[in-house]
Design a protein around this ligand. Structure first.
Ligand code: NAD
Length: 386
């Protein structure tokens, strides 16, 4: 089978799904690798490097005509997905739970859609394939840097002849993969860090990074399935927002990372909480996306300054801005997944395999992944954690 590596089509995304280092690995499994010309340029991987590793450099049209599996990171734009044909596979972070109609469209075309966000992440043998984790890790690192860059003072305690600067106080809301990496990076820059999550089991991880875990008295633990958080009820949400507001006002930089699978990100920082922050404070909203964000008034990929002088940065796609590291990690993840699913140089779909049952969304003209199928059947909780 030929694996075709697309150039990413999301504006501003400089990543690429496969790096030259992984070409030999795929070829060793009997796969041919096609790379769209210029696909790696944004991440500093030249066509020549792919060619030296044994890939063929092709146009996008050639790739779509020849590849048995078309690989990208984010879902490609419609003129690409609309050109896929029966029997072809599309691999990437396709996010079918946010747009099940896309899965229906792929099934109708007879395309095998393989979405890496469906991976059973707690399965030890799947960890090398976990692109959500690898990209969240990169994004969390960048969030701390973005916060530091937008902040008008130092992060570390600095004692100089010109005076003493107190360390910045950073608050991280949501301490999954991205939040923990943001904590670690802000700590390495010298900030004093506090953090909060609705899953109290993250407390020890937060503390092991040298940060203080904030426990709210108004909201109980809200762990859901598979290590994720559950969505809060309306009264819990309001109590959480009100209690968090007091903590937010006492911090210089707030980084929010909260997500609930299959749902819009929870609002953690209300308009009132933003208004209560001191001028010069910074909020980095990693939840900001088309469905909304964790922070009232944040706009995706945009930096705004409120009337009271708070910089609010909508930063839902930060992994795309650290393209070389993010691409290298994604390439390892997608290569591991392809090698898991390929035998004798061909993709073998086996829905009895736990990994494939999670990632294979459509096959043979049907939506086969249960969570996506449930959403399409009209069950609003089909894709969400309970
Ligand atoms: P995520 O991106 O879905 O969410 C980020 C964080 O937001 C989570 O920690 C969640 O608890 C938190 N959150 C959600 N709603 C919130 C609210 N209202 N208030 C405050 N916080 C809220 O999560 P993720 O980082 O992708 O992963 C979450 C967890 O999944 C991990 O910490 C881990 O337990 C599990 N996981 C396990 C593995 C593994 O076993 N290898 C790998 C990846 C993730």
């Amino acid at each position: 089978m030929k694996v075709g590596v697309l150039q990413e089509t999301t504006p501003g995304d400089r990543r690429v799904a496969l790096v030259p280092e992984m070409v030999g690995r795929l070829r060793g499994a009997g796969l041919e690798v096609l790379v769209q010309s210029g696909a790696g340029d944004g991440a500093w991987f030249a066509d020549s490097a792919y060619a030296e590793a044994g890939a063929s450099i092709v146009s996008r049209d050639e790739l779509l005509a020849e590849a048995g599996a078309v690989v990208g990171i984010s879902r490609p734009e419609e003129r690409i997905t609309g050109a896929l044909r029966a029997g072809q596979a599309l691999v990437g972070l396709l996010n079918p739970l946010a747009d099940p109609a896309f899965a229906a469209a792929m099934a109708a075309r007879g395309v095998t859609a393989i979405s890496m966000d469906g991976l059973p992440r707690t399965l030890p043998r799947a960890q090398g394939m976990d692109a959500l984790t690898s990209q969240a890790n990169v994004a969390g690192y960048k969030a701390a840097l973005v916060g530091a860059a937008a902040f008008g003072r130092f992060f570390p305690l600095l004692i100089t002849a010109a005076g003493t600067a107190r360390p910045a106080k950073v608050l991280v809301l949501g301490t999954g993969v991205a939040g923990l990496q943001a904590i670690g990076t802000a700590r390495r820059l010298g900030a004093v860090v506090s953090a909060y999550d609705v899953r109290p089991q993250t407390k020890t991880e937060v503390e092991s990074l040298g940060a203080t875990f904030i426990e709210l008295t108004s909201v109980g633990p809200a762990a859901g399935d598979g290590g994720y958080a559950r969505a809060l009820a309306e009264d819990e949400r309001q109590a959480q927002q009100a209690e968090l507001a007091g903590h937010i006002a006492r911090h210089d930089v707030v980084i929010t990372t909260a997500q609930v699978p299959g749902r819009r990100p929870p609002l953690l920082v209300t308009d009132e909480a933003v208004k209560a922050m001191a001028a010069g404070s910074v909020i980095v909203d990693m939840g900001a996306g088309p469905l909304g964000g964790n922070v009232a008034g944040s706009v995706p990929d945009t930096e705004t300054v409120t009337e009271n002088g708070v910089t609010v940065i909508g930063a839902g796609s930060l992994a795309a801005t650290v393209p070389t590291a993010a691409s290298a990690a994604f390439a390892r993840n997608v290569s591991a997944l392809l090698l898991h699913m390929v035998a004798d140089g061909e993709l073998v779909i086996d829905l009895t395999d736990e990994i494939q049952a999670g990632v294979v969304i459509t096959h043979d003209g049907a939506v086969v992944q249960p969570a996506t199928a449930a959403l399409l059947a009209g069950d609003p909780n089909g894709g969400a954690a309970p």
